[in-house]
Design a protein around this ligand. Structure first.
Ligand SMILES: Nc1nc2c(c(=O)[nH]1)N[C@H]1C(S)=C(S)[C@@H](COP(=O)(O)O)O[C@H]1N2
Ligand SMILES: [Mo]
Length: 200
């Protein structure tokens, strides 16, 4: 169930059965965490967010209202803010499957957002609500890490948009120092991610 609220005529719920009526989309992409690790070659399956937005959400937007930002909320309290332009680009997905299997608890079950051109924190897992806003919302990030880091509002990976105020060149040496420890940690993470469980 995904709850739609904010600049809509009336808040409403979209069930996973509703989602299943929309055309399927498959996408192979990498996921780049802002802290410096990447998971490569992930095969996502789900629904293109643009189609979801145009067919399910947009008909319920309040008349004469211009939606500028969406907030994607996860069941664990994680939230991400995405401009409407970024959300409607073509490789943004509401994903239900990864590498041929339903999403597991680690990677966002039952459904998650996937926006491969933006840093990983945008791709809210365990998606359960989408709020529509008519201006950039403030105070969305409630976790201590996100409040400290002041994430970049667009977070495009290829522009290195990590931080809202600090330019990419000033952060590059810091993140370079982080590569060895993060490589070590994500070696463990990716083993968990990749290794099939042994036969009983
Ligand atoms: N609900 C929720 N979504 C989330 C997060 C989270 O903590 N909770 N972490 C984000 C971050 S920082 C990253 S890098 C990716 C990681 O996705 P993965 O766990 O599938 O590798 O999920 C993003 N989505
Ligand atoms: Mo991340």
């Amino acid at each position: 169930m995904i709850k739609i609220s904010g600049a809509v005529i009336e808040p409403f719920d979209v069930s996973l059965a509703d989602l299943a009526t929309l055309p399927r989309r498959e996408l192979t992409a990498d996921l780049h965490c802002v802290a410096g690790w990447s998971a490569t070659n992930l095969r996502w399956e789900g629904v293109a967010f643009e189609i979801f937005y145009r067919t399910i959400i947009e008909p319920s937007v309040q008349p004469d209202t211009s939606v500028t930002h969406l907030v994607f909320g996860g069941l664990d309290g994680h939230r991400s803010v995405v401009s409407i332009e970024d959300a409607l680009t073509e490789d943004v997905l509401i994903a239900e499957r990864l590498d041929g299997r339903p999403l597991d608890g680690d990677h966002g079950a039952p459904v998650r957002l996937v926006s491969p051109n933006q840093y990983g924190f945008v791709s809210t897992k365990h998606l359960w609500r989408i709020e529509l806003h008519t201006a950039e919302p403030t105070g969305v990030h409630t976790s201590p890490a996100m409040r400290l880091l002041k994430p970049h509002p667009r977070a495009r990976v290829w522009e290195e948009e990590r931080h809202r105020y600090l330019p990419a060149w000033s952060l590059r040496p810091v993140y370079r120092l982080l590569i060895p420890p993060i490589r070590f940690l994500s070696a463990h993470g990716s083993r968990r991610r990749r290794t099939p469980s042994p036969p009983p």
